[in-house]
Design a binder for this molecule. Structure first.
Ligand code: ARG
Length: 566
């Protein structure tokens, strides 16, 4: 709809001698607060300067140049500074429902965009915890990947794990020295606990760091067989434990990059930058002075020539573009690294790296918990496994209240699905740059703005169809449309615009909010319009089927799978 209105307006404005781009028009189209003002409305205030006229005059002038009310619309009127568009409800309803039912899981998708996009997300470090912050990043990344695909792009999901460096040396040191009797385990919380123990011991006795440094150096040089083999084994267990998490979170990766692979290349990069006089030597270290740009000093190599995170990231960008021939490179990384990312992008600019404009950073803020409510074996960070356990235990209780005789197996699988959906939803409904205070009672509130509520609504709509147990006829008569029916249909028709907005702004939260509003409107509709055995049964069954499809598509883009029963 918005697209039709945009092109209509564009032409009419042009006939008045003013040229505007589609985006400049589309962003002003709004949905009026009450139906008397139409279904869409276009305020003309922003055109005052260009038209040099009163806004109400502008509205009239534009309206006059629209010679034909296009199909799907009933009327176009002006009201003061606004041009209001009234859609033809009966036509629109039929058209939208039929489109949804025929396009099914493709409804709302488009294929104009044909980029090859790499989306890098999750990026936990081996030998350390996978914590709630990683869940947020993984959730945003997976959702963006799906949105990009839905809009026609080819997406490469990439992970970039820190499998080498000081944190690994600390782990190896601590395990060898204090935990050797314990068998190595593929268990992220056990692995993380060794790391936490290392930190504790090192903070108590600074001298011990010398031993760690030695191990770090030996690991970097690959000079000790025993250390190397311990590194390989523990690294693999750590990586495998992450894969278990990814399966639970319903995500996967097409490419894995590792920091250990970027060391040599990072070193070469640093040398090249020195030669090009972009970097320089300062107290033995290789640095780039970015103070001019208010970005401080970026250190590439330590004075012992060990390669830092910065230099590795420079090597990584090059690898991404050269090896994978991508034309967009998206990073989903916590906002704690926004300085690092700004330094990276600035350096790429100084290097005249041709693809710098194609690199995009999607920062996201932290996840906190109401204090004292969740146990953690590792101090500050809440581990994935502890978190999931706490949430699933809670959701089991909630499910049991509703289904006291549910089987144990069913309870396990349903509680996990509901928990994951609820966690993901609460991570996505917020703007990425807002801190989240995660409250499990809210996340799993079947009646509130939650993933559980959305899944519940989907299942409820399914049970209506099941009860009716009728085949949908292709033709139906909408009869006289009721207010709640119109509202629901209008909301369904907005899905495409929401997808395109989420895509353009790289912000899944608009889709999360949309899913919730859709459920609310559906529940209102269902409350006031009986479906089964009503006069309009065929039409309403089609409407419920359409709602289920759009809701499913919408939450799919959030990385959430629906369930048939709650
Ligand atoms: N592994 C890193 C960390 O835990 C995040 C990696 C982000 N990606 C990047 N290209 N720098 O801090």
């Amino acid at each position: 709809m918005k697209q039709i209105i945009t092109s209509l307006l564009k032409e009419a404005i042009k006939k008045n001698g003013v040229s505007l781009r589609n985006e400049e028009i589309e962003k002003f189209i709004e949905i009026p607060p009450s139906p008397e003002l139409g279904d869409y409305s276009f305020p003309c205030f922003f055109l005052i300067e260009k038209f040099k006229q009163e806004p109400s005059r502008i509205a009239l002038d534009i309206r006059r140049k629209i010679t034909k009310v296009p199909e799907g619309f009933q009327d176009i009127q002006t009201s003061g500074a606004y041009i209001n568009f009234f859609v033809n409800r009966k036509d629109l309803s039929k058209q939208i429902i039929q489109e949804i039912l025929s396009k099914k899981e493709k409804y709302g998708s488009f294929s104009q965009e044909k980029n090859k996009v790499m989306i890098e997300f999750s990026q936990p470090n081996t030998h350390k915890a996978f914590h709630v912050g990683h869940i947020r990043g993984t959730t945003i990344g997976e959702s963006l990947a799906r949105i990009f695909e839905f809009c026609g792009n080819e997406v490469i999901r990439a992970n970039y794990q820190g499998d080498s460096g000081m944190h690994v040396a600390k782990w190896i040191w601590c395990y060898k020295k204090y935990h050797k009797k314990q068998k190595l385990k593929e268990d992220e919380s056990w692995i993380a606990s060794i790391y936490v123990d290392a930190i504790k011991r090192l903070s108590k006795n600074e001298k011990l760091q010398e031993q760690v440094d030695l191990i770090n150096k030996m690991l970097a040089e690959r000079s000790d067989k025993e250390l190397d083999s311990l590194w390989k084994k523990s690294r693999k267990l750590s990586l495998d434990s992450f894969e278990k998490i990814y399966r639970e979170l319903n995500t996967h990766f097409d490419v894995y990059f590792f920091e250990s692979e970027m060391e040599k290349r990072g070193l070469d990069m640093a040398e090249k930058l020195l030669k090009d006089e972009i970097a320089k030597i300062s107290e033995g270290a290789v640095i780039i002075d970015l103070k001019k740009y208010n970005l401080g000093v970026w250190v590439l190599l330590r004075k012992d020539q060990t390669v830092l995170y910065s230099a590795k990231d420079l090597a990584l960008v090059k690898e991404k573009f050269e090896k994978f021939k991508i034309n967009r490179n998206v990073y989903v990384i916590g906002s704690a690294q926004s300085m690092h990312m700004a330094q990276l992008f600035k350096t790429l600019e100084l290097m005249n790296f041709p693809k710098v404009k194609e690199c995009k950073y999607v920062p996201f803020s932290e996840v906190r918990l109401p204090t004292g409510k969740m146990s953690s074996r590792t101090g500050e960070n809440i581990l994935y496994s502890d978190f999931i356990k706490e949430i699933t235990d809670y959701s089991k209780k909630e499910i049991k209240k509703r289904f006291p005789s549910i089987s144990k197996k069913e309870l396990e699988s349903r509680s996990l699905k509901i928990s994951i959906a609820s966690i993901k939803y609460s991570m996505l409904k917020q703007n990425p740059n807002k801190v989240i205070i995660f409250k499990k009672e809210d996340a799993l509130n079947f009646e509130g703005d939650s993933g559980a509520y959305i899944l519940y609504t989907y299942a409820r709509a399914g049970s209506i169809l099941e009860k009716a147990n009728k085949k949908l006829k292709e033709k139906f008569d909408t009869g006289k449309l009721e207010e709640k029916e119109i509202e629901l249909i209008k909301k369904l028709s907005q899905f495409k615009d929401v997808v395109s907005n989420a895509y353009k702004t790289m912000n899944p939260n608009v889709l999360a909010n949309y899913s919730y509003q859709l459920c609310q409107i559906f529940n209102e509709f269902y409350h006031s319009c009986p479906v089964i055995d009503s006069e309009k049964e065929q039409f309403r069954l089609s409407l419920v089927t359409a709602l289920r499809q759009v809701l499913k598509n919408s939450v799919y883009l959030l990385g959430i799978s629906t369930v048939e029963e709650m």
